[in-house]
Write a protein that binds this ligand. Structure first.
Ligand code: TPP
Length: 530
């Protein structure tokens, strides 16, 4: 069996390929993007016709994967944590339908918000969907969980959620691979009504799911990823979840003096939990993310054994765990010897020199600031969100993918003029299109700028679902073709661009302006690969 140096994300991808994957379904998002990219590049993917094309958004990804599972094949869904909010409708209901082929959903969380707008902890999704979850402590475990997880999912007939965090997704270690398995043949559920969630069927399936919780707990108690490691000093018992276990071990290279319960699979293993709680005076919970386990232990009133963690201030309520914060939590001196070299210190990101979004903002802000002082600009999520910073200071909001058009609509409904939305091409097809339909249906007085760089630049230049079809989509949704204006965002066209912006602001209805010029990074990459 070969050993390879792999990123956590790559370990997941390789494991899925080795386990007989038939399709990965995903929308890019840091820190999950590399999983799908690795599968796309792997020779076996084209040799065996494994599905790996990007999806329009996380919901379409989750649904297509459930469809693949319906026909008995193994499917992987990957997204960043906020993608879970988009996929949630199907995700939560997939616990109700159950699965046929193994289905693993990877949610890559981003504690400390390295490239995200919140710190939400995906374990809550697994918990309220009532399905088993994995949380690897290192790259090898990530591999093993996915390699064996498809079989586990098939055995239980339920999807399994695997929760990653940025540090694990984006760091490398040696990973031992297992033998290649073949893909599953097409096969269907014995119950032809399993996937029909009419209330009468859903009620029965929900009871079934509830009845199986003890089985899931037993699986956690017997899981190789959950381990009780006794220690001589019973003053403290430590519950270390996922990468938290890794950080703890960094502080105790010779073994921990306190009893430790390592958690890698949920629901929590009751037996080992009781063993720890009954033998120790106090409990410390180390978990990267929100106090998911800590809250369960504290219970509603927080009476009983003393539990320390993020809720009582032993660890900060926000931000990642790290070996130093773990050292402080167990009463050890902070022994960190390495400062951060200035070259990797935080720098504010900026739009690239030569980026078309720059030309779009230069012209847009000139017109808006000078001629329409009452304007507001509702932006979306993508490279163009950097229009929030100097020298542009051009935008007034950035909330979630797709929110630009709908927020501009709400503001226009409330009487704002000009109400301007700025959205990228990939974000438009991810979740902007439905908002545009709302605008068309009410002939809202909005000016929508779809800043089209023909790629998903922010996450590294993945294909964008609507490339070459943006005008057709807008027309199809009912925008008057006379108010779909395409421009090339270059300095020589500034006067033309400004005139178009003026005309479309003056038009009382839905207008779409499409500044289109290929992202200079994808263009440079294409040239280099020629
Ligand atoms: C729900 C969700 N999924 C994924 C992401 C990650 N993400 C942020 S912006 C973006 C797309 C950006 O593409 P586009 O709108 O075309 O703008 P560009 O970066 O190319 O300028 C993605 C995938 C996210 N923030 N939220």
């Amino acid at each position: 069996m070969s050993k390879q140096l792999l990123l956590g994300d790559e370990a997941i991808a390789q494991a899925a390929l080795d386990a007989g994957l038939s399709g990965v379904y995903a929308y890019p998002g840091t820190p999950s993007t590399e999983i799908t990219e690795y599968i796309q590049m792997a020779p076996i993917t084209s040799e065996q016709n494994i599905h790996s094309r990007w999806c329009a958004n996380e919901k379409t990804a989750m649904e297509a994967a459930l469809g693949m599972s319906f026909v008995g094949k193994r499917a992987l869904v990957c997204m960043k944590h906020v993608g879970m909010n988009v996929a949630a409708d199907c995700f939560v209901n997939s616990a109700m339908t159950g699965v046929k082929g193994g289905l693993i959903v990877v949610a890559a969380d981003d504690p400390s918000m390295h490239s995200s707008q919140n710190e939400q902890d995906s374990r809550f999704y697994g918990d309220f969907s009532l399905i088993p979850m994995y949380e690897p402590s290192n790259q090898q475990e990530a591999y093993d969980m996915v390699y064996n997880g498809f079989e586990f999912s098939e055995k239980l007939g339920e999807p399994v959620l695997l929760r990653m965090v940025t540090r694990l997704a984006h760091s490398r270690s040696g990973v031992k691979r297992e033998d290649q398995k073949p893909q599953n043949n097409i096969a269907f559920s014995d119950d032809p009504r399993q996937f029909i969630l009419l209330p009468g069927i859903a009620r029965k399936r929900y009871k079934l799911l509830l009845a199986r919780q003890d089985e899931f707990i037993k699986a956690s108690e017997e899981s190789p990823y959950n381990k009780f490691i006794d220690g001589p000093n019973k003053k403290l018992g430590i519950i270390a979840c996922g990468i938290g276990y890794n950080y703890l071990m960094e502080n105790y290279p010779e073994g921990c003096e306190y009893p430790v319960l390592k958690i890698g699979q949920y629901p929590l293993p009751k037996k080992q939990l009781l063993q720890l709680v009954e033998s120790c005076d106090e409990i410390l919970v180390l978990e990267d993310g929100q106090p998911f386990v800590e809250k369960q232990l504290k219970g509603y009133l927080g009476i009983g054994i003393k539990v320390k963690g993020r809720l009582d201030g032993t660890l900060s309520q926000d931000g990642e765990l790290n070996p130093d914060s773990v050292a402080r939590a167990v009463g050890k001196e902070n022994k960190s010897e390495f400062g951060i070299p200035s070259v990797v210190e935080m720098r504010p990101p900026a739009l690239c020199e030569g980026c078309g979004h720059r030309d779009m903002y230069i012209t847009l802000t000139e017109v808006l600031k000078e001629e329409y002082p009452s304007h507001k600009v509702f932006s979306d999520i993508g490279c163009y969100t950097l229009g929030a910073n100097a020298p542009f200071n051009a935008i007034n909001s950035c909330v979630d993918m797709g929110a630009s058009i709908t927020m501009a609509k709400g503001a226009a409904d409330g009487g704002l003029h000009p109400s301007v939305a700025v959205i990228g091409d990939s974000t438009f097809t991810h979740s902007g299109m439905t908002g545009l339909l709302d605008c068309v249906n009410e002939n809202s007085n909005v000016t929508i700028v779809i800043s089209d760089n023909e790629t998903t630049a922010m996450t590294g230049g993945q294909d964008s679902a609507g490339t070459g079809r943006i005008e057709a989509i807008c027309t199809g949704l009912g925008v008057d073709p006379a108010h779909i204006r395409v421009v090339v965002p270059l300095k020589k066209n500034y006067e033309e661009m400004k005139q178009i912006i003026r005309e479309e602001i003056e038009y009382r209805g839905v207008s779409v302006i499409i500044p289109r010029r290929e992202c200079i990074q994808t263009l440079a990459r294409k040239k280099r690969s020629k």
